[in-house]
Each structure stands twice: as structure tokens, then as C-alpha cells.
Ligand binder design. Structure first.
Ligand SMILES: Cc1ncc(C[n+]2csc(CCOP(=O)(O)OP(=O)(O)O)c2C)c(N)n1
Ligand SMILES: [Mg+2]
Length: 316
């Protein structure tokens, strides 16, 4: 969780200084929801993220250097500098991709789960999407197919109460979690999405069920982003009141978990401080690696548009 926090804080600084092109959407405040879910998966499982997904490959175990280099658009980036913040993918850890087009990566996870079923492999797939995205039709086509075929996939709604500046309750009929029953799948809502263990338990149950061949689940996690919708755009509209923000920042998932570990005698404050220092250095190093890496050469602009062994006869 701390890796995600410090990585995103650094990305936020770098976009404002012009090192990262465009804008970045951080998961600052939502780390428990990301990490609790990723930790409940196993090696070989697949994941798709969304526009707010630097943290998801980190949660799956991606090294930070190639991720930061990707944000900066460098040749050493995890997608060779061609994806950027909105299109990270790291197949090494099962991260199939993220997308700036909200909802578009949901059916990709369903496809991954279909391949697991067809090939008889025990892996599961998870897809992360926001509360705003939950109102797009593609989610329901995906949930329907997954349920009809009993696919090993988990639909995880990251409900941070807003889609950009639109409060979720003004555009959402009923509770998102209740939509699961319409598709004949279990739905569970994690009310305290700032508690990494609560998220882990809910996703673990869904993953175990999927692995047993019992089909998909919907998990809705209630959480909150501490920062702006996206950073680097120089747009700052105040649509959340100070009281609400203060309430949620008092429930910082990293501090809650740190306190829990110390209280239970699992770690001492000194040990936790040592972890902080280690990760601060890791993030420092990843930024240096990104900034010092070469830009992609223009000669590779048309490489990797298709899979290298793309042949028509393999597709038909
Ligand atoms: C298909 C599509 N429509 C609109 C947008 C613009 N857009 C980007 S993020 C966003 C809000 C998404 O809200 P939510 O799904 O709740 O995710 P959050 O940003 O809160 O994590 C919108 C409308 C987009 N990228 N893609
Ligand atoms: Mg949202």
C-alpha cells in the first residue's frame, strides 16, 4: 500500500513538473481496496484495470522502475513507452491492461476467464472499474455472459462515491451490489474498503468460488480518493465538502493497517519506519531510472502494434 501511495505521490509531482505527459489519476486513499484484492489472487491469475490503475500492477508485484518509465514515456517502460499512465500492462504479473476508455477492459477480463475455462486451467480473472463506469452497458453484457457460462471472473467495483465531479447517488439507481442478483451471481459489499483485510476476505471468497468452478461474483468496495480526479490538468473544481474529506482522510488505510500491525505485536514502530525508508528509496530510484532512461527511437514506432507472430492463418 505504501509503494502505491509513494509511487502515485511521485507521479503527481512529476506530471505537474511536465515530466509525465497528459494527466495522471492516482489511487491515493484507495490503496486498501487495490491491495486487498490483488493479494487475494494467485500467481497465474489475470487482472484488468481502468484509468486509475497505477496501483493495480504494483499490487500484483510489478517492479516500480519500468512502471514509472512508462508514465514518462521512456523506452524502458513496461510497454516500451507507448502506453503511458492510461495503458499500463505487465503480462509478467498477469496485468492484461488498463484503459482510458472506461469500461473497455471489463470484457477483456471476461475473455481471460473464458480462456481459463476452455483450456481447463484453474486461474481466475478480476476486473476493476469505478462506480461511474458501473452504469455502462458493457458491464451488464459481461456479467450476463460470465454468469451464463459460469466463468471464473470477479467484477470489482471501486466505489469512491464520485465519477469525476458527479456524486454517484445522483446518477445511480439502487445499490450497485444489488445488481449481482439480477445476473444470478453473489454480490458482496465491503462497507469499510479502507480495511485491507476486509477487502482481502471478500475477494478471496470470490476467487475461491471461481476456482471451484462456481462462477463469477460482484464485489463492491466503498472507498474514497484523497486527491483530485486527475492531476496535471490544472482544473480544480471543488465539489466535495471539507467535512466529508476530513472524515475520510481520518481513515487512511495505510495508517489504519500500520496501527493494527503494531497493536497486534506483529511489527514494531521502528520496523514500520524501516519499511517506510526502504520504500521511499525504492520510489526515489524508480523516478531516477525513469528520468535517466532513453526516449523510444522513432524506428520502433510501428513495432508491437500486433503480436509478433500475427499470421492470418492463425486467426482464421
Ligand atoms: C467511455 C468513457 N466515457 C467518459 C470518459 C471520461 N471519464 C474519464 S474518468 C471518468 C469518471 C469515471 O468515474 P468512475 O468510474 O467512478 O471511476 P473513478 O474515476 O471514480 O475511479 C469519466 C467520465 C472516458 N474516459 N471514457
Ligand atoms: Mg468513482
Amino acid at each position: 500500500m505504501l509503494r502505491i501511495r509513494l509511487f502515485d505521490e511521485r507521479a503527481s509531482k512529476m506530471v505537474k513538473r511536465g515530466y509525465i505527459p497528459g494527466t495522471v489519476h492516482t489511487s491515493i486513499g484507495q490503496e486498501a481496496q487495490v491491495v486487498g484484492a490483488c493479494m487475494a489472487l494467485a500467481k497465474g491469475d489475470h487482472m484488468t484495470g481502468n484509468h486509475r490503475s497505477h496501483g493495480h500492477p504494483i499490487g500484483m508485484g510489478s517492479p516500480l522502475g519500468p512502471l514509472m518509465a512508462e508514465l514518462v514515456g521512456k523506452a524502458t517502460g513496461v510497454c516500451k513507452g507507448k502506453g503511458g499512465s492510461l495503458h499500463l500492462a505487465d503480462y509478467e504479473v498477469g496485468s492484461l491492461g488498463e484503459s482510458g476508455i472506461t469500461g473497455s477492459s471489463i470484457p477483456i477480463a471476461v475473455g481471460a476467464s473464458l480462456s481459463a475455462q476452455v483450456l481447463g486451467e484453474k486461474r481466475v480473472a478480476i476486473t476493476f472499474f469505478g462506480d461511474g463506469t458501473a452504469n455502462q452497458g458493457v458491464l451488464y453484457e459481461s456479467m450476463n455472459l460470465a454468469s451464463a457460462y459460469k466463468l471464473p471472473v470477479i467484477f470489482l467495483c471501486e466505489n469512491n462515491f464520485y465519477a469525476l465531479s458527479t456524486p454517484s447517488h445522483t446518477v445511480t439507481g439502487g445499490r450497485i451490489v444489488d445488481r449481482a442478483s439480477g445476473f444470478g451471481m453473489p454480490g458482496v459489499r465491503v462497507e469499510n474498503g479502507q480495511d485491507v483485510i476486509a477487502v482481502y476476505n471478500a475477494v478471496r471468497e470470490a476467487a475461491d468460488r471461481a476456482r471451484r468452478g462456481e462462477g463469477p461474483s460482484l464485489v463492491e468496495v466503498m472507498t474514497y480518493r484523497f486527491r483530485e480526479h486527475s492531476e496535471g490538468l490544472r482544473i480544480n473544481v471543488d465539489y466535495r465538502n471539507a467535512e466529508e474529506k476530513a472524515l475520510w482522510t481520518s481513515r487512511d488505510p495505510i495508517i489504519l493497517f500500520r496501527d493494527l500491525l503494531i497493536e497486534k505485536g506483529i511489527a514494531t514502530a521502528d520496523e514500520m519506519d524501516a519499511i517506510d525508508a526502504e520504500i521511499e528509496q525504492e520510489v526515489e530510484d524508480c523516478a531516477t531510472f525513469a528520468l535517466e532512461s532513453p526516449d523510444p527511437d522513432v524506428s520502433v514506432a510501428f513495432e508491437h502494434l500486433y503480436t509478433d507472430d500475427y499470421k492470418l492463418e492463425n486467426v482464421l
